[in-house]
Design a protein around this ligand. Sequence first.
Ligand code: NDP
Length: 244
Amino acid sequence: MGIAGRVVIVTGASSGIGEAVALRLAREGAAVVLGARRAERLDDLVARIAGEGGAVAARACDVTRRADLESLAALAIERFGRIDAIVNNAGVMPISRLDVFDVDGWDRTIDTNIKGVLYAIAAVLPQMKKQRGGHIISIASVAGHKVNGGSAVYAASKYAVRVISEALRQEVTADGIRVTVVSPGATESELFGKIHDPASQKRLEGASEIALPADSVARAILYAMNEPDAVDINEIVIRPQAQE
Ligand code: NDP
């Protein structure tokens, strides 16, 4: 019980929720293995966690590349000998109405938010089955519970994360593996600043004013992880009180 000493992979750890999760879990005594594409940002985070006495390793990882996730899983085993949990956090949100035809954005969303999660599951599941235990935590969204016009592909990707996770949960109960989906509402991060479609920027105006601190999402993850292994928290929805 508890996460001290547990080995946890976090994807998309270079900013926002992933960075907050890495810091929070490391401060609680977990060994964290961090991946993202911006290696220099990871280097800064590694220095910060190591400076606080935490156990940490990192490797550049693009979740749209299956080999990168296999390499991140291998790093966890090389450095810490096992994989107790993964937080599938890496994600993109280039939202716009379908009639804007941002086909590149659709591809990026599907490749990162859906295929990235599948590749991560493929990278860690054999090790977790061998250990006869593990915890696969994926970040969906309130957009994975209710779709709004202008968010079709992003919402579809987050519905997919929930569907994949529920099927996975049923498939791995006998292996002692837990499966959790955390669905945040508006949260402080770099995500909103990366939206380029003017109508979507306008639609989300005000969201950052009410956004949750990223550490609130990290603490929700910590709650699920800290429960005894026989307790599987499957779904957490967390949003600002002021969000509709
Ligand atoms: P950020 O943009 O701050 O963080 C996204 C992270 O994902 C970055 O670390 C980025 O790192 C990483 N990432 C993006 N693409 C890839 C890739 N191909 N390979 C590896 N890493 C990648 O936003 P958030 O912290 O908000 O996003 C984290 C998760 O939370 C996402 O899944 C998002 O959909 C979800 N979410 C966020 C909400 C919010 O309001 N902020 C609400 C609901 C869900 P790098 O660019 O260095 O690769």
